[in-house]
Design a protein around this ligand. Structure first.
Ligand code: GRG
Length: 299
């Protein structure tokens, strides 16, 4: 459905996710308030909430109640936010700005930024464990969801991809390594968002596998367009200075295959993502629109 109103859909979902994220934060008036403030600072710094939105949309596509998946959607955003805080640290990418604001360690100092990331990650798994309080979700499903997110964010997922990224900065790597890195660093959590939503929504094994496949293409298209934005993007829209990948000698798609071939690759992955959704009716329109949006996103 080409006239699906993605902008409005995203704004409505973001509002729901923001309210749930706020509710799950401990009150700031405690002795630990410094770390709570630091976590809140990055959690509410203007993120698009892409991973929660994918999770809720996947639950909806398979006929589930998206509200049931909300704690998992919040856990995904917490894991994502922790990864950004740690990625920005001097020991990693050493970035001063994210989403147009000073990075967490610039405001709260390195030690508190590390702890805020740790808290966001740890408590994400608390939110997932809390899913068992909903009687409509079996313990088996809760464990499956926890297992998927451990794999997606751990050594053989996001952390592994990040290590490969750091190690690739000053040496030659081939395209297969770059793709492997992106599939793990960025793609794994995006794909897991869809799997988790599909599982909690009560999807069949086929539906879960299909949404995982969509997530694979979505993740690659997302990363390639992120690399393209670093070359062609606008600092105001992106909230950070473009060109940082080149400055850090990052192994990106444009660096390895050029801009034109990168744009073609992004288009192919968007097509692959949309094709994967063939088994679904118009309930999958938000996911179709989200995939198309990757080709025109400005941030
Ligand atoms: C530190 C363990 C650890 C991992 C870091 C994901 C990651 C691994 C680093 C982020 C580096 C980066 C900028 C990757 C490009 C893709 C990406 C994750 C962009 C940011 O995601 P968005 O656009 O962010 O969904 P918002 O700000 O909208 O939440």
């Amino acid at each position: 459905m080409p006239d699906f109103e993605l902008k409005r859909y995203l704004a409505e979902q973001k509002e729901r996710v923001d309210a749930a994220l706020e509710k799950a934060l401990p009150p700031s008036a405690r002795l630990e308030k410094k770390v709570i403030e630091a976590a809140r600072y990055s959690l509410f710094a203007g993120g698009k909430r892409l991973r929660p939105v994918l999770c809720l949309a996947a639950a909806d596509v398979v006929g589930g109640d998206p509200a049931v998946s909300m704690p998992a959607a919040c856990a995904l955003e917490r894991i994502h936010t922790y990864s950004l805080i740690h990625d920005d640290l001097p020991a990693m990418d050493n970035d001063d700005f994210r989403r147009g604001r000073p990075t967490n360690h610039k405001v709260f100092g390195e030690a508190v930024a590390i702890l805020a990331g740790d808290a966001l990650l740890t408590e994400a798994f608390g939110l997932l464990a809390g899913l068992r309080e909903d009687r409509s979700i079996s313990a088996r499903k809760v464990l499956d969801v926890i297992h998927i997110l451990v794999k997606a964010s751990g050594t053989c997922g996001m952390i592994g991809g990040q290590v490969i990224d750091l190690e690739s900065e000053n040496r030659d790597v081939d395209m297969a390594t770059v793709e492997y890195m992106h599939v793990h660093k960025t793609g794994a959590l995006l794909s897991a968002s869809l799997q988790v939503g599909a599982i909690l929504g009560g999807g069949s094994n086929d539906q879960i596998a299909t949404l995982k496949h969509y997530g694979h293409h979505f993740g690659l298209a997302f990363q390639i367009t992120d690399d393209i934005l670093d070359v062609e993007g606008n600092a105001v829209e992106m909230g950070k200075t473009p060109g940082s990948d080149v400055a850090k000698n990052k192994k990106t798609y444009p660096a390895l295959i050029g801009l034109a071939a990168s744009k073609e690759a992004a288009r192919e992955h968007v097509d692959g993502a949309i094709q994967a959704l063939e088994i679904f009716n118009d309930k999958a329109d938000p996911l179709r629109a989200l995939a198309r949006y990757l080709l025109v996103r400005r941030a």
